[in-house]
Design a protein around this ligand. Structure first.
Ligand SMILES: Cc1cc2nc3c(=O)[nH]c(=O)nc-3n(C[C@H](O)[C@H](O)[C@H](O)COP(=O)(O)OP(=O)(O)OC[C@H]3O[C@@H](n4cnc5c(N)ncnc54)[C@H](O)[C@@H]3O)c2cc1C
Ligand code: SF4
Ligand code: SF4
Ligand code: SF4
Length: 488
């Protein structure tokens, strides 16, 4: 772990290694992982800290099993049951959160109703409100004091360890960004003894965390803002820094250089392994986007809704929100894969890439996994109509057919959403579609399909009849391929 993760700068200080180490050899502080003693004296070849670290390739496919029985498989958003807009009923809470305050409301409700016995939250430090301090919340006041996002690393997995060992808690709600939730899912998949104490995971969307000292230093040098003067940081279309005297709106491109190295190759925006994922609903001010992934998450969420804690709203009525989330997720994934490729070429080091495990793909035929009854769109459909259809049907890409039903292209939400909002009623699919469809035949293997996707840098291929190439028999997406790997 030290050589591959810590020394390469990939550690995001979650503290899972400290919580899971059987001999207490590690201690994670707000800047680094400290080795307290040489563990090889106690144990030979112990794999625990490396395998449970969210930045190692170990156990990834096993962790997907926690969500993979959900009905929707979406290339951008992962597996889920429902996607809705939501907000805390209490307006004061929304004001404090500067978002929907869904996470705080759900946690408070769960602790009050004794659905769980504690929650892992990240409060703001008293002397430095931007610095998160991971802690074990036992009563609603502890949860309320953690409202709002802090954009620096938080050792939430370490706090989870303290909840089990220090407080004897056994039904813990956990809040974290995707790498935090991955660490906890790995504990469960590994069957680590503290993994059983997890009751529910609330995952935050995440574009990245910042390296604390360099960013604070940058703000002091360039904007003359001292760390102690910062009251809050927020993320909307700009990075917003609020002090007593002023509100700075800094373009995200300006501070991107201070994002942690791990975040550059991280493909998960919407927290794909959480029971419930929550992110902003930009441009709606005090709403959150909520993706409910598991049955446990669904039961808990709607229990809170029925008990008057949370308001919900249909996301299909706000296609701009859905579009923004899907685009952000696709852009993050694309950028991360490109960065990973660069790293492999430059350093010979490959960060996590799930579809590398291709053995299983050779054994499966395209016809056994393809989605039949493929939905297509016509070239004459407008971009507005297409985007509405995407939100309604939860698909983010469609084959485009000509008047005779022949496949002539593929169109994705990413491409459609690049059309100016004012123009979308007047621009047709035909004017936007650039990508030619890529075909496979039913008798080819899943690996053949994967190779074609990689070669053409696309997320889906069409299955056509070799005797009649204009007849679409089915479609395969990267998510379908992932599904095969999970099932092994
Ligand atoms: C580093 C980071 C980056 C993010 N990037 C995006 C983004 O690009 N797009 C987007 O839509 N949303 C992003 N989010 C999520 C967003 O900021 C909100 O947290 C989310 O929408 C939940 O809102 P809420 O009003 O329901 O949360 P609230 O009710 O305000 O609760 C927030 C919860 O977040 C926890 N928390 C705060 N800071 C941290 C932290 N550093 N690590 C772990 N837990 C923390 C607190 O314990 C609290 O319980 C990010 C969050 C973080 C922490
Ligand atoms: S290798 Fe095992 S014993 Fe050593 S620090 Fe990691 S978890 Fe602890
Ligand atoms: S488990 Fe967490 S704290 Fe430990 S090395 Fe990995 S990212 Fe860092
Ligand atoms: S971008 Fe990924 S690695 Fe970085 S903090 Fe967010 S979840 Fe963790």
């Amino acid at each position: 772990m030290k050589k591959k993760i810590v020394d390469n700068g990939f550690c995001t200080l979650c503290g899972a290694c400290e919580a899971a180490c059987p001999v207490g050899a590690l201690q994670v502080d707000s800047e680094k992982v400290n080795r307290l003693h040489e563990c090889s004296e106690d144990l030979d070849l112990c794999p625990i800290c490396y395998e449970l670290c969210p930045h190692s390739e170990a156990l990834l496919l096993r962790t997907l099993k926690f969500v993979s029985d959900s009905p929707v498989k979406n290339e951008a958003l992962g597996y889920y049951r429902k996607i809705v807009l939501a907000q805390a009923v209490d307006p004061k809470l929304r004001e404090q959160s500067r978002g929907g305050a869904v996470v705080t409301s759900l946690l408070t409700y769960g602790v009050e109703k004794k659905i769980f016995d504690s929650a892992i939250v990240s409060k703001a430090e008293v002397d430095n409100p931007t610095k998160p301090q991971a802690s074990v919340a036992l009563v609603p006041d502890d949860i309320l004091s953690a409202v709002g996002s802090k954009f620096f690393p938080s050792s939430v997995a370490k706090a989870y360890g303290s909840a089990v060992y220090g407080y004897g808690k056994s039904k813990i709600a956990f809040v974290g960004v995707p790498c935090h939730v991955l660490a906890l899912r790995k504990m469960e998949a590994w069957q680590h003894k503290i993994g059983n104490n997890l009751a529910i995971t609330l995952g935050l969307f995440c574009f990245g965390s910042f390296s604390m000292l360099p960013l604070l230093d940058y703000l002091e040098k360039n904007y003359r803002v001292k760390p102690s003067e910062i009251k809050q940081m927020r993320l909307s279309s700009k990075f917003v820094v609020q002090t007593d005297k002023e509100v700075l709106k800094i373009p995200i491109s300006e501070i991107e250089g201070h994002i942690l190295p791990s975040c550059r190759t991280c493909t998960d925006f919407t927290n794909e392994l959480a029971d419930i994922s929550v992110g902003s609903a930009y441009p709606l001010e005090d709403w959150s986007t909520v993706i409910i992934r598991t049955k446990a998450g669904e039961d808990f969420f709607y229990d809170a809704v029925e008990n008057g804690v949370i308001n919900t709203w249909v996301i299909q009525q706000e296609p701009m929100v859905y579009e923004r989330v899907v685009r952000a997720a696709m852009e993050k994934r694309k950028a991360a894969l490109a960065e990973a490729k660069k790293m492999e070429e430059t350093y010979g080091y490959l960060p996590v890439l799930m579809l590398r495990e291709t053995d299983a793909l050779v054994k499966v035929k395209v016809e056994d996994i393809m989605t039949r009854n493929v939905k297509t769109v016509s070239q004459s459909m407008t971009i507005s109509e297409l985007l509405e259809l995407m939100v309604k049907q939860h698909h983010i890409g469609y084959p485009v057919i000509d008047d005779e039903g022949k496949p002539v292209g593929m169109i994705t939400l990413e491409e459609a959403s690049q059309v100016d909002k004012e123009q979308r009623n007047n621009v047709s699919v035909k004017q936007v579609v650039h990508k030619k469809p890529v075909f496979v035949h039913p008798g080819e293997t899943a690996l053949d399909a994967f190779k074609k996707m990689s070669k053409h840098e696309i997320g889906r291929v069409l299955v056509v009849d070799p005797a009649n190439p204009r007849q679409i028999l089915g479609m395969i997406t990267k998510t379908d391929l992932m599904h095969i790997l999970i099932a092994q």
